[in-house]
Structures are given as structure tokens and as C-alpha cells.
Design a binder for this molecule. Structure first.
Ligand code: A3P
Ligand code: MG
Ligand code: MG
Ligand code: MG
Length: 325
């Protein structure tokens, strides 16, 4: 039986898998060589290559769909970045034979949507670029938003173990369609997908918390205060990227806290859309720190939300209460 969004799910899954290949290739070959963006955050050959491939795939499958992606090709068009541009083109051509630099840059710029549309994709070609640079966790995050609701999510986590068992393969793809649950399958090979669910833990003192590695992205001192109020004893697990959402969705952690480090920061929708649907479809709850649902209708940021809290659902009210101090 076919369902709405079956094709979107299949295309999104294929797109993030292909992008994971370029990320792994870049790390394996010559090191990622970051370039600093205007806001001083890093971006690499792999971020650009991933965005080029995914935008090309989406444009071919859904030519009418606009894409709101994190990166653009403006820096790559500058003469001083000719070296990076040529490497991006070479990495893309290694997967899509015959692609020239101008084509690759054009694909990157397909992700230029900057305002809300009734139906659009949002893409983070590498979420957790700092984790990618450290050789730790990162994710390729793609979501389809229709009428302000996240309908489809695909999240590739190339360095995450599918199960935390020692024998589990490294690299996982998480998929969700609204109303139809969330699944995981290995990034490599063609193993079957299996459904995932959040934990059923309801004792806050036993809660396993996760948060960003980067203290500039989430206030570690405040999460420690929240943990103390809940009576949590275990130290938080720190990992980069939306792998945190995947960890809560698979029941390996119970709570993901992302607490604002400054009053004026607005979360970007591509940092949350895919992960939030995967947690919700695995049975969990996602809100901001005030307990408000995330509002994906306001353009590229979650302008009416502060921070993010994702939990297994059962613990959510207790966590929001603890956040009130
Ligand atoms: N001050 C800030 N507060 C919260 N998030 C921030 C931030 N500055 C940057 N970020 C976002 O944090 C993301 C990484 O999150 P995490 O710390 O969970 O790995 C970055 O995504 P990119 O790596 O895609 O740029 C970036 O968008
Ligand atoms: Mg970035
Ligand atoms: Mg990101
Ligand atoms: Mg990114």
C-alpha cells in the first residue's frame, strides 16, 4: 500500500546516504580544511559537497520544491577560495561523473530559499561541523515542511553506532514520516529498517541527559543546575549535531537539553526540523525551554522559541518544571 510522502521519504533517504559518502571521502582523503564563514563558524569542502549533491537530487525528483539550506556558494566564487572550489567540484565529480565547478556551485545555490513557503525542504548538509572536524559526531539532516509541519525527516549519522553494542556497525540513517513512526537502519549495506522508540523511563533521578559538546551552543552550567534540581546523578553525555535527537529517539538517552547561551540567538530550523520529527515519531516530546512547540512557520529561524528540550515524553513535564528554576 502506498502512503503520502512515500516518494519523498525514499528520495530523502537516498540523498542523505549519498551525501554521507562525500563527507567520509573528504575526511578520509585530505582532511576537511575548514574555511571561516562571516559569522566565524567553520564550513568545509564536505559541507559544500553534501549540499550540492542533496540539492541536485531534490531538484531532479521534485523540481518545484524550494530548498532552505544552511550554506551558499558566495564564498566559493571568490578568487581567494579557488582551491576550495576546485576541491568541492572534484569531490562532487567523484560521485557524479562529469560535474564541473559551475554546475556544482549552481546546485549549492539551489538551497537559497530564505522565507517560509507552503511546502519546502530544509537542509543542513553537515550539522555539527565542529564535530566533523574533530572526527566525532556529525549528521546530514534533511526535512520536508508542509504548511508549517515537518512531514518527512532523514538524518544520516555517519559516526553513530546503530546499536551501542560493540558489534554494531558504525553509521546510521534515521527516517520518519509524520504519523508513521521512526526507523533506523545502517548507513552501509541494505539491512532492513527497524522501528525505534524512546525510553519508558519516568524516574527523573535516573534520567540520562545529553547536550552539545560546544559550550557556546548550549549552556553547560545551566544544564548542570537543571540536572541537580531533577536529582540526576549521571553526568551528561556530550555529542555534536542532531545525533542527540537520534540518541533520544532510540532510547539511549532520555533528555536532550539545548539551553540558550545568549538572549539574542535564534535557533536555525535546519538544526532541528529532522531531529524533532524523529523524536516525536519515536514517541517523544520536543518543545522549547518554556514548553512551547517549535514553530517552523517563521522563516529560517525558530524566532518565537528559546532553546530546545527533547525528551522521551514521560519526563517532559518534570524537565520543563526544573527549567523554571
Ligand atoms: N550560539 C549558538 N547557540 C546555539 N546553537 C548555535 C550557536 N551558534 C551556532 N549554533 C549552531 O549549533 C549547531 C551545532 O550544534 P551542536 O552543538 O548540537 O552540534 C551548528 O550547526 P552547524 O554545525 O551545522 O553549523 C550551528 O547552527
Ligand atoms: Mg554551520
Ligand atoms: Mg547545524
Ligand atoms: Mg551545518
Amino acid at each position: 500500500m502506498s502512503h503520502p510522502f512515500d516518494r519523498e521519504r525514499e528520495v530523502a533517504s537516498r540523498a542523505v546516504r549519498e551525501a554521507a559518502r562525500i563527507c567520509r571521502a573528504v575526511r578520509g582523503k585530505h582532511g576537511p580544511d575548514p574555511v571561516a564563514k562571516g559569522d566565524k563558524s567553520p564550513v568545509t569542502v564536505a559541507d559544500f559537497g553534501s549540499q550540492a549533491l542533496i540539492c541536485a537530487t531534490l531538484a531532479a525528483a521534485f523540481p518545484g520544491d524550494p530548498i532552505m539550506a544552511e550554506e551558499d556558494a558566495a564564498e566559493l566564487r571568490k578568487p581567494e577560495h579557488a582551491g576550495v572550489r576546485d576541491r568541492v567540484a572534484a569531490e562532487v565529480a567523484a560521485i557524479r561523473a562529469g560535474t564541473d565547478a559551475e554546475t556544482a556551485l549552481g546546485w549549492i545555490d539551489l538551497g537559497d530559499l530564505d522565507r517560509f513557503e507552503p511546502r519546502f525542504w530544509t537542509l543542513d548538509p553537515i550539522d555539527g561541523t565542529k564535530g566533523f572536524l574533530r572526527g566525532e559526531q556529525y549528521a546530514i539532516a534533511l526535512a520536508l515542511i508542509v504548511e508549517g509541519r515537518v512531514e518527512v525527516a532523514a538524518l544520516a549519522c555517519p559516526n553513530l553506532e546503530v546499536s551501542r553494542l560493540a558489534s554494531g556497525p558504525v553509521g546510521a540513517v534515521f527516517l520518519a514520516v509524520r504519523g508513521r513512526g521512526a526507523t533506523v537502519c545502517p548507513l552501509d549495506g541494505d539491512d532492513v529498517e527497524r522501528p525505534i522508540t524512546v525510553s519508558d523511563r519516568d524516574d527523573p533521578t535516573r534520567a540520562r541527559l545529553c547536550e552539545s559538546v560546544e559550550s557556546g551552543h548550549s549552556a553547560h552550567n545551566e544544564s548542570a543546575a537543571v540536572a541537580a534540581r531533577l536529582g540526576v546523578t549521571e553526568p551528561p553525555v556530550r555529542l555534536d549535531s542532531q545525533a542527540k535527537y537520534a540518541t533520544v529517539a532510540s532510547g539511549l538517552a532520555d533528555v536532550y537539553l539545548r539551553l540558550p547561551t545568549r538572549a539574542d540567538y535564534r535557533e536555525r530550523i535546519w538544526d532541528h526540523a529532522a531531529g524533532a520529527l524523529i523524536v516525536a515519531e519515536a514517541g517523544g516530546t520536543v518543545t522549547d525551554v518554556d514548553g512551547k512547540p517549535l514553530d517552523f512557520t517563521l522563516g529560517s529561524t525558530l524566532a518565537s522559541n528559546r532553546g530546545v528540550v527533547a525528551t522521551n515524553g514521560r519526563l517532559h513535564p518534570r524537565v520543563i518544571e526544573a527549567l523554571r528554576g
